[in-house]
Design a protein. Sequence first.
Lengths: 322, 334
Amino acid sequence: MSKVALRVENLSVWFGKGPQRKQVVDRISFSINAGEATGLVGESGCGKTMTGMAILGLLSTTGANVRSDGIELNGKDISGLNAAQRRAFLGRDIAMIFQQPGTAFDPVFTLGQQISAVYRRHFDGNKKQVRRTMLESLESVGFNQAESITAAYPHQLSGGMRQLAMIAMATVCKPAVIIADEPTTALDGSTRALILQQLERLRHQNKTAILIISHDLSVVKQSCSDVMVMYCGRLLEKTDCESLFSHARHPYSAGLLSCIPQISPIRPPAINSIPGQVPAADKLPPGCHFAPRCARTESQCRQSVPEFDSAHQAGVACFRPL
Amino acid sequence: MNSFSQHAKPPLLEVRNLSLNFHNQKQVAVDQVSFAIKAGRTLGLVGASGAGKSSLARSIMGLTEPGTGEILFKGKNISLMDSQQLKTTRQGLQFVFQEPSASLSPRRTVEQTLLEPLKHFAIGDKDYRQQKILKTLQTVGLNQNVLQRYPHQFSSGQQQRIAIARALITNPELVIADEAVSSLDTSIQAQILQLIQNLQKQHGITFLFISHDLAVIRQIADDVAVMYRGQLLEQSPVDTFFGNPAHPYSKILLSFANYEVPSHTVGNNWSLDRGRLSTDSAHTCVFAALCPEKMPVCERLEPASHTIQNKNHPPLQQHCVKCHLYDEAKSNET
């Protein structure tokens, strides 16, 4: 078995206290091996991004409460570190590709300045070497004219190009783990396919472990070997992609799958949908959070919380799986 | 869905040679676009961002400065109408925008938002309006207790239902939906798509449905039009487009949608195209620079629109493609 690059143990995130408490991430555990990609899927507000931010320790200024039994990066626990200690490995060992490259870049510096700043933070080298590394990184994500990109400001690029530049910035130090938060959302088909291809390349060439956060199951199917389905802060199903798409066991996973419109030469059957809507974070139902929308609910589902058999194995958190 | 019996009737919407330039005529947003939508059918308009889809839709609605060309609604030219005729026409022509939170007034309750079009077009008396609002809310799957609430009190799916209700309340014949489901979550998107399919079937509403998501188009369109740099490159029935696309660009769009990156497309920048400048040469195919099947003639001459004959098609559903590959004489010549 290959090396575990990222291991998360019982991670929880919540805001407020008492009756106002909003549990946005609820005791989730998972691990990703080097060179593998895992997808974290769910609808907006289910806690996907919070999970990613909490792993990197980026929530300390937001008033969020984060607790975990350990977040291990290449076997080293990074959960208890302070900001200064964290800065030593952020960008070098673990990096994040943010959802909106338009706002994640600083508008007053050129892309070249911003990408080489990440490298210079962690490695020594003279101007020439830094520039060469930066150009290599831009070329590796598919820019033909990397020279002209280094002099450009973020607003001079289209959304897709900015996202590619973001990947170049995240990979300039060749980190062991990349968290990609909705890397293809809001991009059109051509750029989406290109970006997934780049992530695939990183996985093979650099043996990077990738967590892809997305609401789009077809993106995950395309780019990941394993998948976790999240709903209202909890993981409901963890399995390999093939099993999920051939035989989803949690009723929510099955419902999500039936919601995806399909491209096929013959007219597809009418689309399905899940009735009802996602409950607000401060009005979560007791028991299984999905119970009010689920066709298979029985009294047990409304009273107690279904758990996984084992925190790091494939499984389903459901009393009545399909 | 087929409309053989309506052969003699003019199409509900017909656009002839519509062109639209921006920035002091320098930028070509829409270039000589012609298409028609028959009553009861849904045309899916696809293309990458920046292709001119929204500009086309907005000019049909009269939301941008008028371009050149003709827009005919039920056979009548919109640009030749006086203001009274235009007002009557607009009642039958409604719009659903991409971002529901931005297209609803934050200071109006649902009731005020839905009452506004009825007042504007002077439809019905007080009782009728009240009934119509309740009925429309029911059609879009909302409860009547939402009437006094404001947009921010709803989820994005519910907001889009309100936006659709606002479009439906004047009993429109044609609804233009510009990326109406693109910003919604998967399960909510499915709910709104179901609602639109229901409106197509039960209420016979005609849609011009704009989306960059081919899977959504596959689900709800009857016909597909492909737009690239301001031009329509291919128009065909939906089964033909997904089963047997003709234009090289359509083929590439489809492979991208299936997450394939054809080797000849790597390195080309597909997302940078923001229309064309009017100074660009007019004597070339707009897709020539990136086309994998380019011939010498493509850089000399703008292709004409060719109709592809196919025995399997009903004769009313045309398959047009703007490409030299389908021009027998010229491709032989090279």
